[in-house]
Write a protein that binds this ligand. Structure first.
Ligand SMILES: [Fe+2]
Length: 399
């Protein structure tokens, strides 16, 4: 069962002009990640079929269930949570673990309304643009909303909460709360780390259209389904999600797009009537190979985060990785995007920190050029700080 839910990706200023996926038919894939203890609720979100998975993690706690980083509360989500409640107790805690990630923030008010008895915990330094609004005007319920840190921490006897930040982003603040479940050794993160498979996630099995759409080289190619084309489409989506505009991508002019529109086999809404602005150069697979090297999905910092959130804050990230590596019995990483659960050890995080320390940080060449251009523009407009900043220089406002 599903119900229409407005798209929640508002990070793009021109979002009202583009077709927003999944066009009111949001599906949710529910998986048990660690038996009887942790479950994953995954949905797709994005626009123009650039759809990336987003995950809510449900954790068994002493009083019932805790929701970490809620997703859109469709009828399917409600039904699956009711099923878990019948087995494990009520949803007692809802956590928004990020100050800045809109895709995680926007579902929280509706999820809070769906579970009126649950306590709602939000990360401090919530911000909104263009007006800085207090939490109650952002839709968090008055009377049962608490702030992580200053109002305590939920289920602290069972969970270890680990903040990354706050870091001044100029317009707002980056702050993310990791959550370590001592009983299972699972570390729940939001955006700080990801592990990406070169194979499309199971979430696309119900409808592989976004993959098949991006597997094409021209708009007049029909959407043909095969394992190879699903894989190719997924890898291109990953390049979009990481670099926004990777180096091997050219964008066609409106005239070029129109020339390939309405071709036989493409005269449908599903194929966007042949409108397809993307042109991939021949070496696009090399960009994938750099990002997704052979072997099991490696734990990494998403490129967009490195270049736009942490370009001048590498020390803060390295310190955080080393703090996480100090968690005893760390066994699993469960981020809010891509693969989960990912086997994770202290040695892996130490090695990642050492690698990030040794290589050039936040580069500006090749696939990184577009992200670097955004950063340069923000710097020129003085919208982001030029120097690394910490809590002392945070923007003030109605947090
Ligand atoms: Fe996110």
């Amino acid at each position: 069962m599903s119900e229409d839910v407005p798209s929640q990706d508002q990070r793009w200023p021109w979002w009202p002009l583009l077709p927003l996926y999944p066009y009111g038919h949001r599906r949710t894939l529910v998986r048990e990640l660690l038996p009887g203890r942790i479950w994953s609720f995954e949905q797709l979100q994005g626009f123009w079929y650039v759809a990336v998975p987003i995950r809510m993690t449900v954790l068994k706690v002493a009083d019932g269930l805790m929701l970490y980083a809620p997703v859109a509360v469709t009828g399917e989500v409600r039904a699956q949570l009711r099923r878990l409640e019948a087995l494990h107790g009520p949803v007692c805690t809802i956590v928004l673990p990020t100050a800045s990630g809109l895709e995680h923030k926007l579902p929280v008010p509706a999820m809070a309304r769906a579970f009126p008895e649950a306590a709602v915990w939000i990360t401090p330094h919530q911000w909104s643009f263009p007006l800085r609004l207090p939490p109650r005007l952002l839709g968090f319920p008055a009377g049962r909303t608490r702030v992580l840190g200053s109002d305590g921490l939920p289920h602290a006897d069972q969970l270890h909460w680990l903040p990354l930040g706050p870091l001044n982003l100029g317009l707002g603040t980056f702050l993310e709360y990791g959550c370590f479940d001592r009983a299972t050794g699972a570390l729940l993160l939001t955006d700080a780390l990801v592990a990406i498979s070169p194979e499309p996630p199971p979430l696309f099995e119900a409808d592989p259209t976004p993959l098949l759409f991006h597997a094409r080289d021209r708009g007049d190619e029909p959407l043909i389904d095969s394992a190879e084309r699903r894989r190719r489409g997924w890898q291109r989506l990953v390049l979009f999600a990481n670099y926004l505009s990777p180096a091997p991508l050219d964008v066609a002019s409106p005239l070029q797009m129109l020339r390939t529109s309405l071709a036989p086999g493409c005269r449908s809404r599903r194929a966007h009537f042949g409108l397809y602005p993307f042109r991939w150069r021949q070496h696009w697979q090399e960009a994938v190979d750099i990002l997704l090297p052979p072997g099991p999905p490696r734990i990494q910092v998403a490129a967009v985060l490195e270049r736009l959130v942490f370009p001048r804050a590498r020390p803060a990230l390295l310190a955080y990785l080393r703090q996480l590596a100090g968690l005893s019995d760390l066994a699993w990483l469960i981020p809010a995007h891509y693969e989960a659960p990912v086997a994770c050890s202290a040695a892996q995080l130490e090695a990642l920190a050492a690698e990030l320390e040794a290589r050039p940080w936040a580069p500006s060449e090749g696939n990184w050029a577009f992200l670097a251009g955004i950063d340069r523009t923000l710097l020129r407009l003085a919208l982001v700080p030029a120097e690394p900043t910490g809590p002392d220089s945070l923007p003030t406002g109605p947090d």
